[in-house]
Design a protein around this ligand. Structure first.
Ligand code: IMP
Length: 450
């Protein structure tokens, strides 16, 4: 397995961190390719919870090469804080390499993100207010400040001035904000440069060399396909491309380096922020899933909206990403429901049926979910380690997902712990390719389908 991309197949928060972490154990390098600290990964290891926003989760494995690619937008203060926190817990962070071409989230991006949301009022997107949109906007406008600029005082000053000039009007309400003081902004960023210098590199070349040398590289996506700026529920999306194709652009490697694309989906659906969500559950059932699944944002703490699994959206994500494997997380959360439902098609305003995700925003906004009812199960799944340990109804639920999407399930999550997973034959095949067969031998589980 030289190149495997792990992407979110829903609206983010699918549990990509855990899946990447499990694959990283057997791979050589982990690289992030888009988004910024709007993402948040929670990984539970040996009872300790780790929350990472920027640094790839592979950092928790000694000896893995970790990379932040050029497509990521970096708040340097957040990155430094994250490095410090890991160092304080005796995690070796020396392997982290940060692309010199990645763009920086600057103090004015944070202010503009919040101001933009306030201006939109009722129509607001519900961003994480981490400055993501304004930073990508400056990148596209060629007014961005890049990681490499931190190492050159003259250039840094020139670029900050050029970037702030067209924003003068919109920044006027923040004139007195101390974060906008030019001198301290420059000084602060030069200090960031010193502190990050040893990590800054030509990561495109580094990855090319790793891949050429036969290393296994995991490309870790943030957010999910439905939040993709081109293919998601625009304008209620993030400002980058969380789909697998972006792994190439966001790291500087070519498409032929990608061998596998895994999509991660919860056994149900969640979304944070505004925007259409056809299978959303309101009232008690939605609350129950939120409570059982602990559905509160890692980054902002916001309660997530919850709903049944949306197979129309998942099929769409499978197509956009050419998924060859699915990782279904949090199946255990659905235990205890007499029946479970899945959204198998949408109904439009005039009763039309949509089997495919509608491309037109207005149409999508007026759709409701057509649900198919499946048998539920009451058993706790936390101890299941093979498909044959699962209650029949839970197995049938997984089979229904595979049949509806045409994508084999490689991995099933049955609890928050990293050991609380079921590897299927499809997942084992990937691990075999990852580390030449050692991985599969280490997995002390039965693998055949019941
Ligand atoms: P932004 O990425 O902060 O600009 O937010 C744009 C939209 O993407 C909002 O609806 C956010 O809630 C959503 N979003 C951004 N990052 C994540 C994530 O990691 N998980 C879930 N939703 C996210």
């Amino acid at each position: 397995m030289p190149g495997i991309v792990v992407v979110g197949a829903q609206w983010g928060d699918e549990g990509k961190g855990k899946v990447t972490d499990l694959l990283a154990e057997h791979g050589d390098a982990v690289v992030r390719f888009q988004g910024g600290n709007n993402a948040g990964h929670t990984i539970v290891r040996d009872g300790v919870e780790w929350k990472l926003h920027l640094i790839p989760s592979g950092i928790l494995h000694a000896g893995k090469q970790c990379v932040i690619g050029n497509g990521v937008v970096i708040d340097p203060k957040v990155l430094i804080d994250e490095l410090e926190a890991l160092r304080a817990k005796r995690i070796d962070v020396s392997s982290l390499r940060v692309s010199a071409n990645a763009h920086l989230i600057m103090p004015y991006h944070l202010l503009l993100d919040s101001a933009g949301e306030a201006k939109l009022g009722q129509l607001q997107i519900g961003t994480t207010r981490r400055g993501i949109g304004p930073c990508y906007a400056d990148k596209a406008a060629r007014l961005g400040i890049r990681v490499q600029d931190l190492l050159d005082e003259k250039i840094l000053k020139k670029k900050i001035l050029a970037a702030m000039e067209p924003k003068r009007l919109s920044l006027r309400p923040f004139e007195k904000d101390p974060s906008l003081d030019l001198k301290s902004m420059i000084d602060e960023h030069l200090t960031y440069g010193h502190r990050l210098e040893r990590h800054i590199a030509d990561t495109s070349k580094l990855l090319w060399e790793l891949l050429e040398g036969g290393a296994s590289v995991i490309f870790e996506g943030a957010q999910g396909a439905m939040l993709d700026i081109d293919h998601g529920t625009y304008p209620f999306v993030t400002s980058s491309n969380p789909v697998a194709g972006a792994a190439c652009v966001g790291t500087g490697i070519g498409p032929r380096a990608i061998d596998e694309v895994w999509g991660v989906s919860k056994a149900y659906t969640t979304r944070v922020g505004a925007g259409p969500f056809p299978s959303e559950l309101h009232e008690e059932l939605g609350d129950e899933i939120r409570r059982k699944g602990g559905e509160f944002g890692t980054t902002t703490g916001r309660p997530r909206r919850t709903g049944w699994l949306d197979l129309v959206a998942l099929r769409y994500a499978a197509r956009l990403n050419t998924l060859n494997a699915l990782a279904i997380t949090k199946l255990d959360v659905l235990s205890g429901f007499q029946t479970v439902q899945v959204c198998t098609s949408y109904e439009g305003a005039e009763g039309a049926t949509f089997e495919d995700f509608p491309y037109h925003q207005t149409v999508l906004h007026h759709t409701t979910a057509r649900l198919t009812e499946l048998a539920g199960w009451s058993e706790d799944l936390g101890e299941c380690r093979s498909l044959s340990d699962l209650p029949t109804a839970a197995s049938e639920y997984l089979q229904f997902i595979e049949a509806a999407t045409g994508v084999p399930i490689a991995l099933v999550g049955v609890g928050p712990g990293r050991e609380q997973v079921i590897w299927t034959d499809a997942g084992r095949q990937t691990l075999l390719a990852t580390d030449g067969g050692q991985a599969a031998g280490q997995l002390n589980v039965a693998h055949s389908r019941p």
